[in-house]
Write a new protein. Structure first.
Length: 568
């Protein structure tokens, strides 16, 4: 295993990364709160990020301020899955002031010098499968596109936030100055990237500090807090990024960086069980999640809705997944390259065509076919809601663990690998092209009932994001489960081809039934993804963090409402 492969492997160990600093110092670790109801809440994959968001809510900020603060904190304390050099982010929100749904595309953008065949693959005869001869598409300088996370965070803060940038970035700067605790493999990877950035050899593997210093990153964040996004895209930091990437054989230019802009985009939407559910448009994964939720309702209309976690529910979910993933991987991409209008894929006539394919699969189950494989996992999802009616669902990512594995000297910035999200084979909708944005899996969702926001969901974990986000909508809106039940219900993962991966908590009888029906099933103890939700509960918000992730938590911006209705 070479150095870059080691960094990638270390980066995938997300579940145990980022133990709170108190643990390393021998103190008591404050357990993460998994569920609470309050006038304003923030949910995050790490309780410290949720608390940073809640801090902003308590200082007179709104849900947008909370998300940006939490996003910057996650970019520090979870550097394998996210960072200010992360390749992409996307969000969906309800703007309480204007009473409208808004969305942002902060996706990566390919360099002007990018070409469709820059990552040749070895294809298999009579198959959609292929292999890369090396890892250049996901590790190293050629895997780097212009990153969007930093631009997206600051754009939403400028457009909708109530607090000053320096205030919102304070918690992240504090965390970076104090240093962070990582599992040993991730700490070694971080130190190796930092050493390589300066042309040095990595420190011996047995010389890993308990607290990894992040002084360079703290200084970078301070400069951005003072100077804004221009410092990153057209100023000193941006020039340092381009210089370093090009010195390693990359193709990014100053002009590529200076031209970058996050986009305010029109959401796509569909009706699901008397709710209007919204998502950012492609190249996000949201359209596919909306199709899944809508098809689930259509497939059960006029009949008995199968119980959550039952063989019937799981079979329906995996047959829907095979149909919509096949369309997703062949039809979706940067909207400028798509042959159809994204919203048309959610129209009733098109959903009926997809439903016919789902019903055919239920009658005569088939394994499906491989179209475009992708094993990468990563990402961070956050959500926040406030008393003013703002609700925000936001997802940001490096891609796979530590993204490209390239750190920029003296900045603490690790760059994501946006180029690996393109289809490497030419002539596909998602094939590489100059200035293009790649298809990705992130899909924060927002549901309205009679014009009022009632549910915000999202997830992390590679392609599981699309399925898990849809599942939360189905569990809550179609099956009527509580927020906690919606998150905890056993999950199923399937793309365009089986085997489907099912959590073993469904039970042996359920697994036996699925296999008897002819399905190929793999069993896992715990789903690879993490998901959160915020739901309207009367005049308050219920925040529910992922029960499968020990560090995930929710925090309240004001006094929490307890079960007896009193305020703590």
């Amino acid at each position: 295993m070479d150095r870059r492969e080691f960094i990638g492997t270390a980066g995938l160990l997300l579940g145990s990364a980022g133990v709170v600093r108190a643990a390393a110092q021998g103190g008591n670790v404050k357990p993460a709160v998994k569920s609470l109801t309050a006038p304003s809440v923030c949910v995050a994959p790490d309780g410290r990020a949720a608390e940073a968001g809640a801090e902003m809510l308590g200082r007179g900020g709104n849900a947008f301020d909370a998300i940006v603060a939490a996003g910057f904190v996650e970019a520090v304390i979870a550097p394998a899955g996210s960072g200010i050099g992360g390749y992409a982010a996307t969000g969906i929100a309800f703007d309480g002031r204007k009473q409208q749904v808004v969305a942002i595309d902060a996706n990566a953008v390919a360099a002007a010098a990018a070409t469709p065949g820059m990552f040749p693959v070895v294809t298999k005869p009579d198959s959609f499968d292929y292999k890369f001869p090396d890892s250049r598409h996901r590790r190293g300088p050629l895997s780097i596109a212009v990153p969007g996370v930093l631009g997206g965070l600051l754009h939403w803060l400028q457009q909708y936030g109530a607090l000053e940038r320096r205030i919102v970035m304070e918690p992240a700067i504090r965390e970076a100055r104090a240093g962070i605790v990582l599992v040993k493999e991730q700490a070694r990877a971080w130190l190796a990237m930092r050493a390589e950035a300066k042309g040095n050899r990595p420190p011996p593997s047995d010389q890993v500090p308990e607290v990894v210093p992040m002084d360079d990153l703290a200084a970078t964040l301070q400069a951005i807090a003072e100077q804004g996004a221009d410092a990153f895209y057209s100023g000193r930091i941006g020039r340092a990024i381009v210089d370093h990437v090009r010195s390693r054989g990359g193709i990014l230019t100053y002009d590529d960086f200076a031209k970058y802009r996050p986009l305010d985009v029109r959401p796509v939407a569909v009706d699901v069980y008397k709710h209007r559910v919204f998502a950012p448009p492609p190249a996000s994964g949201g359209l596919t999640s909306l199709q899944m939720a809508a098809l689930y309702e259509l497939a059960t209309a006029g009949g008995k809705v199968p119980a959550a976690g039952s063989p019937e529910a799981i079979e329906l979910s995996l047959e829907i997944a095979k149909v919509v993933w096949a369309e997703r991987l062949t039809t979706l991409g940067d909207p400028s390259a798509m042959q159809v209008e994204p919203q048309s894929l959610l129209e009733a006539s098109h959903l009926e065509k997809l439903l016919a394919l789902v019903r055919a699969g239920l009658e005569h189950p088939q394994p499906g076919k491989l179209i475009a494989p992708d094993p990468l996992r990563g990402t961070v999802h956050l959500a926040a809601a406030d008393e003013m009616g703002n609700v925000v669902s936001w997802t940001q990512t490096h891609g796979g663990g530590f993204g490209s594995g390239v750190m920029v000297p003296d900045t603490g910035i690790v760059l994501g690998h946006g180029m690996c999200r393109f289809e490497p084979r030419p002539s596909w909708v998602n094939s590489i092209a100059p200035g293009k944005r790649p298809l990705h899996n992130m899909c924060p969702l927002l549901a309205l009932q009679e014009g009022r926001p009632v549910l915000a969901v999202g997830a992390a974990g590679g392609r599981t994001i699309v399925n898990n986000s849809a599942a939360l909508v189905i569990h809550r809106l179609v099956l009527g489960l509580s927020g906690t039940e919606s998150v905890a219900t056993p999950r199923v993962q399937c793309e365009s081809i089986e085997p489907a991966t099912v959590e073993g908590s469904v039970g042996e009888e359920c697994l036996k039934s699925l296999r008897t029906r002819g399905h190929q099933i793999k069993v896992t103890a715990k789903d690879a993804g993490t998901a959160h939700l915020i739901a309207r509960e009367g005049d308050h918000w219920l925040g529910v963090a992922e029960s499968r992730a020990p560090r995930a938590g929710v925090a309240a911006g004001r006094a929490m409402v307890t079960s007896d209705g009193k305020s703590d």
